[in-house]
Structures are given as C-alpha cells and as structure tokens.
Design a protein around this ligand. Structure first.
Ligand code: SF4
Length: 457
C-alpha cells in the first residue's frame, strides 16, 4: 500500500462525534424489552441441524485488573484480591452449563477470544481449567484462531505458557504509550522491559502472531513523543497495530474526569504522523484504527473481501455467529444481539438463582439487516459493487439507498471516495474517514442527535 499523505484540513472538517460501528444498530439501542424468553426462539433457529456447517466464535470476558488506567473505556473490575478470579471462573462454568446445551453440537469453533479487563490477571491453573471446559463442551474446526489480550504488567511466563497450552496462537499486547510522563498522567506505569520480556515469552511459547495496542490523544503526548513510542514498538515487529483514538467520554467513565485530553490540533498531527509512518513501513491501513503488515492475514482478507468486523474489531473469520460469556459480554447472531449483566455481583446472583444472565438485547428488522450488511461490507471491503450488493441483500441497491448514495457524492470532491453507476470505492485517504462515510447508511443517527459519541477521527 502506498504511503497515505494526510491533509489536516480534511481531518478538521470531518472530525465530528460518531459511533464506532462494532455493531449496527449500535449498543445504545439494545434494550431490556428483549428478554431471554424473546431470544430463545432466535437461538433455537440459529442452531437447527441445518446450521451444522455455520461456524462459531466464542468470547470470554475476564474483567479483573489490578489498577485502573484512567483512560480506560472497558467494563472491568479493579481488585488486588487474587481469589476474585477463581470465583469468577466457577460462575463462568455455570453460565457455560446453561448456554452450551442450546448450541448445535456439530457446529465448529473457528475463533476463540479472551478479552477483558486483563485475562493475564488469572493464574495458570485457572486458564488451563477454562480451556479444558471449552474443549470439553465444544468442537473445534481443523484450523481455528485463539487470541488473548495480554497486559505485560500482570503477565508471567507460566500464564503465557498456559494460554499457549489451551491453543492460543495470537496475542494482543497492551502497551498504549511508552513515555514515562504520559504513563504517570494516565495512571499506567509500564516500563518497556516488561513489554520486551512478554514478547520473548510469547515467542518462546509459540504464540507468534502479535498485535500491539497503542492509544493517541492521551495527556502530555506530543508528535515527537508518540513517534518515539512507535519507533520502539516497530522494533518489536508486530504483525498488527491497533492504534486507538482516545475516546474522552467522562459522562460514561468517571475516572476520565482526571484527564485533560490533548488539544485536537496535536491529536490530529499525531494521527497524521502515525498513518504516514506505518503506511511507509510496510503496514496496510485496514481502517478504523487498525494496521496490518501487507503480508498479514488481515490485509489478505481485506483484499479477498472476506474480512469481517464484530465486537472484537476486524477478523478474518466471516460467516460465524458470536456467543459470548461473562459479565457485560455481547453475543451476535444473524437476527439478534444480546448483552449480559454488567454488574459482577448481579451476574453472580442471577447464576446462583439459576436465571439467565442476559440483560439487554436487540432483534434486527429486515431494514436493520440490510443496513448492517452494507455498513460492515463497506468498512471491511472499502467498496460496494451495487450489483453484488443487490444480489446479496435481495434488493435493488441503488433504488433502496438512493438518498444515501446521493448524499455520499458530496464527499467525492474531497477525494474520500469515487463512485459511478456500478459502485463506490473508498480511496486510501478515505480510509481515515470510514466512520463518516458509513454514517450515511445509519438510519438511527438523525434520531440519535441527543446521544453523545466520541469523535470520528
Ligand atoms: S488494564 Fe486494560 S482493561 Fe484494565 S484498566 Fe487498564 S486499560 Fe482498562
């Protein structure tokens, strides 16, 4: 991929609040009217014998962290008490016992992800126990991907080995920023030696596919400080980068009130430097904060149009349904989304009472499904072929979306996309503004004027 030259005036023009589209409709639309009883027929239809060949993705939310990073937007539980984790795993088993029998036993897992919180908070024996349960209750495909989010501050060699032993082949290392002043300002002290040590343990355990998470927009960052972070991390030769735009939402995350976010000007300069540096260093800008080596599966999947996007970001596994376990986790089938109870004690109480832990949900209308597919294909493929989309969605695509396609044309003079009667293509520059582009297909956005989102760029 050619190096992307970033124009700051365009970033300023398009830097408006907007959703991140890990789902469509987005999570604020999930509601308590959708109960477990409402969802059961959908889960049943999703697991008939006819669905035996539809693969499964599983997600396990492991919420514990030792300290709160003040920028954090995840659903976590901060504790120093190491007995929290074994107790939580006992409850995960109860949830597995309740949900696993509902799934078609012939369906194969192609993707398994441990997220958090900090999955590396857990001890090796707990990790091995959970892996054992998953392998006991589900079947796996011939090739599957298992990934884990790794916090170098709580990782140990034994924990990494335990994850490798249960089949983990991908790791995402949370680094965020290497500058000591920035680390201090955001309450996350993490000397680089810990990252390098963790990388060595991962390689020694055979976990060779590495992603690094960084964040830009944090207090005290500058273009030169973040460039130093990038240069150091590039030496680690990660296959992928997730470089998140710090989402300042203090009305949702109270700890963020302690942070003074970076000025938009500096933030945009950092983004420009980052995109230019990484696309000039052999990485493809996949879109939405994600970069991958040109030879990485993620880049290949994007070129082959098999890329998918779900709650964990981009994935190479298309066509699977996502069943998620643990507090706050979100599941997704072709016709529904649902989210588990977010409060840990309430999650435990429900399981003690042998009640379902699902709290909210959303049932997709036909229009939702059409818009969901359109938004996801555009975010993954960066283009739409109207004939292909018409066939895929059983609609006359240009007629159905006449208004949206007409409004998108306004972005053409800025060089973000090109369109003709056959389809539309997002340009390399347009990848930076993908959220703004897909927002045109979101029918709820006009009604969502009162909701507060993070900035799109
Ligand atoms: S370790 Fe991760 S999940 Fe935990 S507080 Fe920090 S950023 Fe949030």
């Amino acid at each position: 991929m050619a190096k992307i030259e970033v124009q700051l005036d365009l970033i300023r023009k398009y830097n408006v609040p907007g959703p991140r589209y890990t789902s469509y409709p987005t999570a604020p639309h999930f509601n308590e009217q959708v109960t477990w009883e409402t969802l059961l027929p959908h889960i049943k239809t999703n697991n008939t014998p006819a669905q035996s060949d539809t693969p499964l993705s599983l997600y396990f939310h492991l919420p514990f962290c030792r300290n709160l990073c003040w920028f954090c937007g995840c659903t976590n539980v901060i504790t120093q008490d190491s007995s929290s984790s074994p107790r939580y795993f006992d409850y995960l088993r109860k949830e597995l016992n309740m949900v696993a029998p509902l799934l078609n036993p012939n369906r194969k897992i192609i993707q398994l992800h441990f997220g958090g919180g900090s999955p590396t908070f857990s001890e090796p024996e707990e990790i091995l126990k959970l892996g054992g349960w998953i392998h006991e209750l589900f079947s796996f495909g011939d090739s599957y991907e298992t990934s884990v989010e790794v916090d170098p501050r709580t990782a140990t060699e034994a924990k990494i080995k335990a994850f490798a032993e249960i089949g983990t082949n991908r790791a995402s290392i949370g680094i965020q920023d290497l500058t000591p002043e920035v680390q201090k300002a955001v309450h996350r002290l993490q000397p680089h030696e810990l990252n390098l040590r963790t990388l060595e343990w991962l390689h020694a355990a055979g976990i060779n596919s590495i992603n690094v998470d960084l964040i830009y927009g944090l207090p005290l960052q500058s273009v030169s400080s973040f460039e130093k972070t990038l240069d150091e991390v590039l030496k680690m030769k990660p296959d992928r980068f997730a470089i998140f735009n710090y989402a300042h939402v203090p009305w949702l995350k109270k700890a963020q009130k302690a942070l003074t976010p970076l000025s938009p000007e500096v933030k945009l300069d950092i983004l420009k430097m980052t995109v230019e540096k990484l696309t000039g260093s052999g990485y493809t800008y996949i879109g939405m904060d994600h970069f991958a080596l040109e030879t990485d599966e993620l880049s290949l999947a994007q070129r082959n149009k098999t890329l998918q996007r779900n709650f964990q970001g981009y994935s190479t596994h298309s066509g699977s349904d996502l069943y998620a376990f643990g507090m706050s986790s979100i599941s997704q089938t072709d016709s529904a989304y649902w989210q588990n109870e977010k409060d840990l004690n309430e999650y435990y109480a429900l399981l003690d009472a042998k009640k379902p832990v699902q709290r909210k949900g959303y049932l997709l209308s036909e229009d939702d499904k059409i818009r969901q597919q359109t938004i996801m294909r555009l975010m993954c493929d960066l283009e739409l072929d109207y004939q292909v989309m018409s066939k895929l969605l059983s609609i006359d695509f240009t007629h159905y979306f006449a208004e949206e396609l007409a409004s998108l044309k306004e972005m053409q003079p800025d060089g973000l996309l090109s369109c003709d009667e056959n389809g539309l293509k997002i340009t390399d520059l347009g990848r930076l503004f993908i959220r703004n582009i897909v927002m045109h297909f979101d029918v709820y956005l006009k009604k969502d004027k009162q909701r507060q989102f993070s900035q799109t760029v």
